[in-house]
Write a protein that binds this ligand. Sequence first.
Ligand code: NIG
Ligand code: FE
Length: 412
Amino acid sequence: MKTRITNIREIVTPVGSRVAVGADMDKLSVLTHSDIILSDGNIESVIPRNQEEQGIKHVIDAEGAVILPAFVDPHTHLVFGGTREDEFNLRIRGKKYMEIARMGGGINSTVRATRSESEDTLFEHAVRNLRDMVAHGTATFEIKSGYGLETETELKQLRVIKRLQESEPVDIKATFLGAHEIPPEYQGRKKDYVNLVCEDMLPAVKEQGIAEYCDIFCETGVFDIDDSRKILNRAKELGFKLRIHADELTPLGGGELAGELGAASADHLVHVTKAGIAKMVQAGVVFVMLPGTTFFLMSDKFAPAGKILEAGGILALSTDFNPGSSYTHSMPMVITIACLRMGLTIEQGINAATLNGAYSLGLQNVTGSIHPGKQADLIFLDAPSYKFLVYNFGVNRIRAVMKKGQLIYQKA
Ligand code: NIG
Ligand code: FE
């Protein structure tokens, strides 16, 4: 089935089809007077508007929209019970994220809610959040567990992710994050919890085949470098690929560890060291930046995106969508924050939010740019140019989202 998308203001895409690094990061290809030809949900070609094409069965009028690749969000905690809006107020009044966690709030309060909610209720909430993210242009996701912190509830969260994979018209990669926090019943017995993750949870997740990646919150007061190395090595041994919450609040050395273990990504990296950057670049680990989290946690210290780019790092952007440290569905908002607070250009922001996110999930041959052979995963933007995606902050200018050639969201 061949489809022609016509009447497009601009077709905007990363220049390369695999990954954007170095000078390419600051480039986008912008074509006008051109149409996109789709064949069976894939991009077949981009041709001049006045060129004839045989065998077209269906024409989509873009009505002057700007078309970009749909976003790839490589770091979300989309499946959770409850919400934490009261912590938002506490933080405004001066309480720190980790202080709230020590008071029994934070991740462990979401753990309580996630343990008590039924699988169906968790699923219904997750569907709603996922569709809100689709409405903001995201069509490919990574989703983590990590609010169970006991084998059965971690598996319950992963089953919800599996149901989302089966029911929602998007691509989803699942990540096991059993080492997200030390659960209350293991307070003072961290080593026992690390053993539970290694000897009970990881083998159970492996056996069910419901997660491709293993992640960990490597942070002062949570899992230190030795714990993280132990868990991640065990995961690797079982065949999981690795992601890691690294150097978010303190410079603990998570970046170095990610390089050492050859992780797919290390994420946050606000406090990553020079040595950490060098090791990650050398090992080809993707730097997933979450500036929405820094913004939401009211910090002025953002990840050193400039240094990472200078060192030749592969930089991706993500929402970190979760109820505590980043309650946003919007990749455009994250790009705007990345530009204003980390100094990315609009072009670097778009490359990071599309192609490099796909690369971090091993999906660079499938999505993340507008190149022949890739899925037609596209955003229709209601704007005079692609720059308005970022420049016009805090509003949703996305008119429609297409996944594999099907419109999966259209503004009412
Ligand atoms: O990526 N840093 C740890 N994990 C999440 C926060 C989760 C939460 O607060 O519920 C993050 O920011
Ligand atoms: Fe996170």
